[in-house]
Ligand binder design. Structure first.
Ligand code: ADP
Ligand code: DP6
Ligand code: CO
Length: 352
């Protein structure tokens, strides 16, 4: 008997220009374009195995060993349905292919980092889900096409189907056909940029990204200013900085955009706080580190950014990473209680 099973992994991506707000909550169409860096596969990632079998009763999914409900019409159901439809098209074109599109699937996924803690687990999670189904169904669909489906699982997931520097173009169409991810530059274009992940708190956040951003869309006047007058210019400027390998501009925009995203969270009614005192202390440390560098006639040496959670991601040229880790360990001595400070402050080079 043939076993129809495939496994795929996808890394997380951390946005420099943040997606926050949907114009269509069902199709997951954003109120602004966004841009991110995808981390290397060997660091924070989701690994997902999918199996199709006619003896299964229904589609089921386990996340980190615990079954998640696949609600009718929900995000998981939509992604699985769309992937089955692509397989069905193939089967209709080529009658020699086994007809597995009608079989129920069982899916098991694991994250090797904290889930729902603001480290983009929904991004790697839905990208890995789509990638594993694509492998199971032996599709030759390109990454941008798959990103249209991953987007309907979690918006940020569409960007994790590419490595390197990736934009999610918001698109204009009501059906979402032009709202997908594109590569700005491959990882090899700028291997010198590394990412340092500082896990401040690995617990599940109080307000999910989905509900938080919806409340922001409904209540924040600042968000309206951001999407109309701020993000379009920043998208163009940061893309240019990436292509020119201009770290100073990249860092400045990344920090400004993280700040504005957390400002719109605060501008939400009731307000949302994703950062905590430790997050803010890490910002102060990086600001001071950069201030000294500039005062000595140099350029910015590091950029912080925070997703919807308290955990810091610091982008920096490789030569500065050691110094930054030393600074963080010095000022956050609770790292001492770990044998290896990297358990707390994992140094995840975007490149190995
Ligand atoms: P995060 O900041 O980690 O992205 P979100 O609030 O955006 O947090 O999303 C967390 C949710 O994403 C989880 O509760 C779960 O429903 C979904 N998710 C996380 N990891 C996976 C995975 N590997 N496979 C499928 N879904 C996942
Ligand atoms: C702050 O993609 O997790 O990380 O589309 O509702 O699943 P849903 O939200 P999600 O939001 C990500 C928000 C962010 C910024 C970003 O990744 O661009
Ligand atoms: Co998320």
């Amino acid at each position: 008997m043939t076993v129809y099973q495939a496994t795929a992994s996808a890394p997380v991506n951390i946005a420099c220009i943040k997606y926050w707000g949907k114009r269509d909550t069902k199709l997951i169409l954003p109120t602004n374009s966004s841009l991110s860096v995808t981390l290397d596969q060997d660091h924070l990632r989701s690994t997902t195995t999918s199996r199709a079998d006619p003896s299964f009763q229904k589609d089921r999914l386990w996340l980190n060993g615990v079954e998640e409900e696949i609600k009718d019409g929900g995000r998981l159901a939509t992604c699985i349905k769309e992937m089955k439809a692509l397989r069905k098209q193939l089967e209709e074109k080529d009658s020699s292919l086994p007809k597995i599109s009608g079989f129920p699937v069982h899916i098991s996924s694991r994250n090797n980092f904290p889930t729902a803690a603001g480290l983009a687990s929904s991004a790697s999670g839905f990208a890995a889900l789509v990638a594993s189904l694509s492998a199971l169904y032996q599709l030759s669909t390109d990454a941008s096409q798959l990103s249209l489906i991953a987007r309907q699982g979690s918006g940020s997931a569409c960007r994790s189907l590419f490595g390197g520097f990736v934009a999610w173009q918001m698109g204009e169409r009501a059906d979402g056909a032009d709202s997908y991810a594109v590569e700005i530059a491959p990882r090899e274009h700028w291997p010198d940029i590394h990412a340092l992940i500082c896990v401040v708190n690995d617990e599940k956040k109080g307000t999910s990204s989905t509900s938080g951003m919806q409340r922001t869309v409904e209540t924040s006047p600042l968000l309206q200013h951001r999407i109309k007058h701020v993000v379009p210019e920043r998208m163009a400027a940061i893309s240019k900085a990436i292509l020119a390998r201009d770290f100073d501009t990249f860092a400045r925009i990344t920090m400004q955009d993280s700040n504005q995203f957390h400002a719109v969270a605060l501008d939400t009614d009731p307000p949302i706080f994703y950062m905590n005192d430790v997050s803010r202390a890490i910002i102060a440390l990086i600001v001071e580190y950069n201030r000294v560098a500039v005062a000595n006639g140099g350029k910015l040496k590091a950029a912080y950014t925070y997703d919807a959670g308290p955990n810091a991601v610091i982008y920096a040229p490789k030569e500065n990473i050691k110094e930054i880790v030393e600074l963080i360990v010095k000022y956050f001595p609770q790292a001492d209680k770990f044998k290896d400070p990297f358990e707390l402050f994992g140094a995840a080079g975007v490149q190995g």
